[in-house]
Write a protein that binds this ligand. Structure first.
Ligand code: E4P
Length: 217
């Protein structure tokens, strides 16, 4: 499973990228706002660091304007994936931009039917939002599974990008289900390394070597 990092914070992207943990980046208008940076400037800086797909989201709601914004975002770098919302206009923009050879990430997907439309419109990625479905007492992981089944039934090559990931269990389950990509905040990616038995075992090893009075260096 590919790992995308869901942030526009340059230092966090750089740190994870240096460890080989970053296959791509996703941003959205809320993350841009949180960064306090200009959308074009910060997206360019991210593209200079990461060679994989960097999703940058349009802010227009009408297809022609989305296409114009998408073309402008695509000028930033070759690895831009233009993010459009899963609306009828967004699907029109997806088709037009995909036909031009641009990577497109169709975002804010909350149903299998929406995911089917994204695939038919030529999306490179579809982003089902797990956490936001869980927030309203639905099961976001069920949606990932249903999309996987239906895409496989018909051989759609749109990649399932599990998004709105809040927990390490979301990552585990997305991988077991077969999501192609997951995007998560840096904190969740770092939490994947944690296990209480690792901490307990390490503490015992350190105590034993100290009591043995030994050092390597
Ligand atoms: C990714 O592309 C989405 O923008 C992101 O995962 C949304 O996450 P949130 O629901 O935690 O805001």
């Amino acid at each position: 499973m590919k790992f995308f990092v869901d942030t526009a914070e340059i230092d966090e992207i750089r740190e994870l990228n240096e460890l080989g943990m970053v296959d791509g980046v996703t941003t959205n208008p809320s993350l841009i706002r949180k960064s306090g940076r200009d959308i074009i400037d910060v997206t360019r800086e991210i593209c200079d660091i990461v060679s994989g797909p960097v999703s940058a989201e349009v802010t227009a709601t009408e297809s022609e304007q989305m296409i114009a914004e998408g073309k402008k975002l695509a000028e930033i770098a070759d690895n831009i994936a233009i993010k459009v919302p899963l609306t009828w206009d967004g699907l029109k923009a997806c088709k037009a931009l995909s036909d031009l050879g641009q990577m497109v990430n169709v975002t804010l997907c909350f149903s299998v039917n929406q995911a089917l439309l994204a695939a038919k419109a030529g999306a490179t990625f579809v982003s089902p939002f797990i956490g936001r479905l869980d927030d309203i007492n639905l099961d976001g992981l069920d949606l990932i599974g249903d999309i996987r089944l239906i895409y496989d039934n018909y051989g759609y090559d749109t990649q399932i990008l599990a998004a709105s990931i809040r927990t390490v269990n979301h990552v585990t389950q997305s991988a077991l289900i077969g999501a192609d990509v997951m995007t998560a905040p840096p904190s969740v990616i770092k939490s994947l390394a944690s296990h209480p038995l690792t901490d307990k075992g390490l503490a015992a090893f350190l105590s034993d070597i100290e009591q043995a009075g030994q050092k390597i260096i």
